[in-house]
Structure formats: structure tokens, C-alpha cells
Design a protein around this ligand. Sequence first.
Ligand code: LLP
Length: 385
Amino acid sequence: MLSRRIAERLRGCETPFYLYDMELLRQTVEAALAAAGRYGYRVHYAMKANNDRRIMAYIAASGMGADCVSGNEVRRALETGFAPQAIVYAGVGKKDSEIAYALEQGIFAFNCESKGELVVIDSIARELGVVADVALRINPDVDPRTHSHITTGLPENKFGISPQELGEVVEMSGDLHNVDIMGLHFHIGSQITDLEVFATLCAKVNAAYAWFAGKGFRITDVNVGGGLGVDYDTPDARPIPDFGAYFAVFAGGLELPASVRVHFELGRSLVAQCGELISRVLYTKVNGNGQDVALIDASMTELLRPALYGSRHAIENLTGAGAARTYTIGGTVCESSDIFARGLALPELRRGDLLSIKSTGAYGAAMASRYNLHDLPRALFSDEL
Ligand code: LLP
């Protein structure tokens, strides 16, 4: 892990901050591209995971496309070097102004999430005198066996077009002359570690493709989303996800004509492990139950995941080496849920010790807020230190 190797140098840096290991990012992106390349699959970076400009510029230069979910994300993708034709605009609720902006930029395609959105894209495209390429996002009813807050492909979720409505979409599409339905899109959730789930998705994708082909649609692109999970428990042991096993599931399960291009939208698996949140111990104390509590200068404003999902990130004391004690680790925000760990054994913590909160490159900085008027977290990069 990078922070351990350079702990002495980090002592002088003002905390908290995100530390990114650019060499690990390079290895991870290369591993993903090599594994996808075996089957001719195209990979888009789901930039919602981390929109840092340096990270984005690196990924753009690698040749991946970008998966964006807002007009501002489309703008950032363009600014950081993604070509318009490499950009997909997804997002469950796109505003008219965002749709118009993306059309003006000439992006590759919209992932459309409802009948109403299809009508709006058509009318805005007509006003602009263009035809919008559209992939229909279908809600496939697949249980991703992950945290309930990050499932997206179950009938009760707000995402995608339900199979029951597809008949109406087909009927109305004949009247929409400024959209070309050229793709199908799926995304069933995030932090998925049971790869069997993706085999189930493949069967749904095959059925949907056959259904649309049977109705006379010429589907050229199928996007199966992202969701591959990472190892939060032992990140040092498995810093790079098993992309080979992941893509092999699709290669074994998808039954599509060879001419159909298959796309993926990976976020977490590309950037989670290259990021650490570095924080300093401010105070230690004992609570009314006799438990040791350490208060650190990072909080839910820098890393919301533990408070929002009860998620656990491995934590290491970078500067202490004493006998282990068991701690509750809390942040500085005035919320009882602002806790990073409970019952965590660490070498005794003292004021000034540096902690690394690991696997925070995805959905860390990107979800930061200014609650309590905290500053947004800074980023340091391994190749600039
Ligand atoms: N495509 C779509 C349509 C998505 O909604 C997402 C993530 C992705 C791709 C990328 O999924 P990934 O490969 O990163 O799993 N904030 C939560 C995760 C929310 C994921 C939202 N959608 C967390 O911190 O766990």
C-alpha cells in the first residue's frame, strides 16, 4: 500500500486528503482493458465513482469511453479528454437543458430510462435538427445480492423501463423520427461479488435482444452496465479485481450476433483500490461504556459510505506501532452516524498519528459534501510526491 511506503513523507502534509496511487491505477486500467480486449468488449468509465480531473485524464488517455449521468459530467468528460463519440449519457432523470447540451456535443448515445424521456429527447433533437442515438435501459429484474441501497435492476427500483412497458415503447417509437433506438442498456447494481448474478443478467439480455430483433429493431450496441465489486476486507491482498473472471462470465453467457458491440460501464472496480483517505488522530477518550474512542480529522463529509451504507473500510495506523487496543473511530461531524469503525483493533493511537482509510478511490471524494462548512477534500497523487 502506497501510504505505508511513504508514511514519513506524509507526516508533514495537512490532513485530511485523498492519496491516489497512479501506478496501481495504471495496472488496474491495463488489466481491465486486456481482459475486455480478449472478447472485443468496449469499456466505459463510470465517472460518478471519481470525477477527479487527473484520474479522468489518465483514463481518457487509456482509450476507455465515459459513462456520464449529468450534463456537468458530460462537460467534465469532454474537458478531460474523452472524445464526444466515446461518451454515453445515462441518468434516471435528465433535465431538458442537459439533453440539449449533450446533443449539441454530439455524444455517442443516450441511455433512456422512460417513455416520457424518449419523447423529450425526440422533441429536443427535432428542435436542434439532429437524430439522437438512444439505448433503452431495461429493468431486467435481477437480484444482484448486494446492499439494498445499490440495487438498480429490481422491479421496485426507479431505474430503467419495465418489461411491461416495452410494448408501448415499440408502438410509440414509430412516431418518433428524431430518435434512433440502436441499443439496449442494463445495469443491475454495484459492489457485486457473486459473479453468478451476471450470468443471470446475460440470460435476460439475450431474451431482450431477441425480442427487439423480432420486432424489427436493428440493435447495434448492447451495454450491460458495471457493478463488479472489490475486496474491501483485504485490499492489499487483492488490489486488482479479477477482470478476467468477470468478462469470461459474459463471454460464456451472452448470445448476440458477432456484429453487436458489447459495452461495459465500470466505476468502482477501476478506481476504488488506488485511493486512500489519509487522516490524523485529533483526540482519544473513553466513552461511558468504557470503550476507547479515537476522533480523527476526516469525517462523513470526506467519506460518506460508512454513514450511508454501514460499509466498512480497512483502516491502518501508519505511524504507531504500540500494543493493539480496540477502538471506535469517529469523525468530526455533529452526527452519531459519523463513525468509520467500531471494535477495531489498532496499534495504540496517539494524537497526531496518521490513519489510512483504504479502498476509498471510488465513491469517496465524489460523494464529499460541505456539511458543517468543511472544505472539500484535497487530492495528492503518487507521481507528484
Ligand atoms: N452504470 C450505471 C447506470 C450506474 O448506475 C452505476 C453505478 C455504474 C454504471 C457503475 O457501477 P460500479 O461499476 O461502480 O459498481 N455510491 C455507492 C455506489 C453507487 C453506484 C451507482 N451506480 C457506493 O458507494 O457504494
